[in-house]
Design a protein around this ligand. Structure first.
Ligand code: NI
Length: 169
C-alpha cells in the first residue's frame, strides 16, 4: 500500500469531471487500498479519487469514531434526496484548515458498486449523508467552498496559495 498525495484547492485538477469506473479490477482494488491509507493518515472521513488526481467515479469513506466501518462507493448515483436540508460545518482534505457551513439534504439514498463490484443501495442520514454528498460533488469537479460567497472563496484561495508558497520556501 502507498499513501497518495492529495490535491489542494485551488488546484484546477480538482475541477475535473470523473468518468465511470469500467471494471472493479486489481488496479481499482489497489487504488481503494491506497485511498483508505491516505484518508486515515490524514484523519479524514471521506476521500474521492478526484482528490488524488484519478478522475474515475470512486469514493472511500469511514465516518465511524473507531475507523472500523470502511465504505467504498463506485459509480455512485443518488436515487433519492430528502427535501429537508440542514446547514452543516464542513471541511475537506483538499482545503486544509478551512471549515464553513454548507446546506445539504438530511438524508439520501445512493446506489453504487462496492469493492467487490456488487450493486448496493445505501440509505444514509446525518454525517454519512453529508459525507456522501460532499464526496460526490468532488466527482463532478466541485469543491465545498464553491457553495460559499465569492468573497469568502477568494479569501480562502488567497490564504491557501500563500500558505503553500510559505511551506515551499
Ligand atoms: Ni472534500
Amino acid at each position: 500500500m502507498a499513501q497518495l498525495s492529495i490535491l489542494c484547492y485551488p488546484d484546477p485538477r480538482l475541477h475535473t469531471v470523473a468518468r465511470p469506473v469500467q471494471a472493479v479490477d486489481a488496479r481499482i482494488k489497489q487504488l481503494i487500498a491506497d485511498m483508505f491509507e491516505t484518508m486515515y493518515a490524514a484523519s479524514g472521513i471521506g476521500l474521492a479519487a478526484t482528490q488524488v488526481n484519478v478522475h474515475e467515479r470512486l469514493i472511500v469513506m469511514d465516518v465511524s469514531q473507531e475507523h472500523d466501518q470502511p465504505l467504498v462507493l463506485i459509480n455512485p448515483e443518488i436515487t433519492w434526496a430528502s427535501p429537508e436540508t440542514k446547514l452543516n460545518e464542513e471541511g475537506c482534505l483538499s482545503v486544509p484548515g478551512i471549515y464553513d457551513g454548507v446546506q445539504r439534504s438530511l438524508a439520501v439514498t445512493v446506489r453504487a458498486l462496492d469493492e467487490h463490484g456488487q450493486q448496493r443501495s445505501i440509505e444514509a442520514q446525518d454525517l454519512l449523508s453529508i459525507c456522501i454528498q460532499h464526496e460526490m460533488d468532488h466527482l463532478l469537479g466541485k469543491v465545498f467552498v464553491e457553495y460559499l460567497s465569492p468573497l469568502k472563496r477568494n479569501r480562502i484561495k488567497t490564504k491557501l496559495v500563500k500558505a503553500r508558497r510559505e511551506s515551499a520556501s
